[in-house]
Design a protein around this ligand. Structure first.
Ligand SMILES: NC(=O)c1ccc[n+]([C@@H]2O[C@H](COP(=O)([O-])OP(=O)(O)OC[C@H]3O[C@@H](n4cnc5c(N)ncnc54)[C@H](O)[C@@H]3O)[C@@H](O)[C@H]2O)c1
Length: 212
């Protein structure tokens, strides 16, 4: 697939939502202009790094004044894809899957979980937060009619490979994988692995060790 947009390194993409949160706060306080130095003081990121990250957006700051806050906020929202609606299906509606379906925050970031799929008869046929939960066997026929391009995977780790394969066969283009399984799939399918436990491990590692 041809893509003419500039390649943005992952660490830069990961920092942009922090800038967005910062400028949204400033906009709510009525601030009109912000410099990279001011963002730098709030977030403890070098201002040269912020300027470089923001250079991927087509928004230009003004010398000595900085960026117009509203324009920067809008630009970050658009660039990050948070304004577009991305339809997703939830694979596995257990403890984590139910929490993600119930989370109203995801839609503010452009992710609309439109339905869930599960194999548990106690769960299938119900709806959660107004979202229907279908049997896994209906995935291939439902994905197209739902218009979903993303699958959020929260099934037991041993089912992940099979579920990921079914999602891709059904036409899903991106997999947001919460299981510890490392998915191998076609190169044009985007896989994003997420683990809150990995962040916990980093936090523990940085804490002073307990002395026995
Ligand atoms: N990445 C993280 O931060 C994080 C946090 C919590 C859990 N997890 C992972 O998420 C996954 C789910 O955890 P949980 O605590 O919600 O488990 P859970 O047992 O509560 O839920 C799993 C759900 O998946 C369903 N399921 C089983 N096989 C399926 C299949 N083939 N297709 C569709 N649905 C199927 C089950 O019926 C159940 O409803 C696990 O792999 C766990 O390791 C990751």
């Amino acid at each position: 697939m041809e893509n003419n947009e500039p390649y943005v390194p992952e660490p830069a993409i990961s920092r942009l939502p922090w800038y967005l949160a910062c400028v949204s706060r400033l906009r709510a306080q009525g601030v009109e202009y912000v410099s990279t130095t001011a963002i730098s003081q709030e977030l403890n990121v070098e201002s040269s790094q912020i300027a470089k990250d923001l250079s991927y957006l087509s928004i230009k700051g003004k010398t000595r004044i900085g960026y117009e806050v509203k324009e920067l906020e809008r630009g970050l929202y658009d660039f990050l894809g948070f304004r577009r609606e991305h339809k997703a299906v939830m694979m596995g509606v257990g403890s984590l899957g139910s929490a993600l379906i119930a989370d109203s925050g995801l839609s503010r970031y452009g992710l609309d979980i439109v339905a869930g799929f599960d194999v548990n008869p106690d769960v299938v046929g119900r709806s959660l937060n107004g979202k229907p939960i279908y049997p896994l066997s209906e995935l291939s026929r439902r994905v197209g009619e739902l218009g979903a391009e993303i699958a959020v995977i929260a099934v037991p780790v041993e089912s992940c490979a099979e579920v990921a394969e079914m999602c891709v066969a059904a036409g899903i283009k991106a997999l947001w994988n919460f299981t510890p399984f490392r998915i191998r799939t076609a190169p044009d399918v985007v896989v994003q692995n997420t683990s809150i436990y990995a962040h916990l491990a980093v936090m523990y590692n940085r804490m002073p060790r307990h002395k026995d």
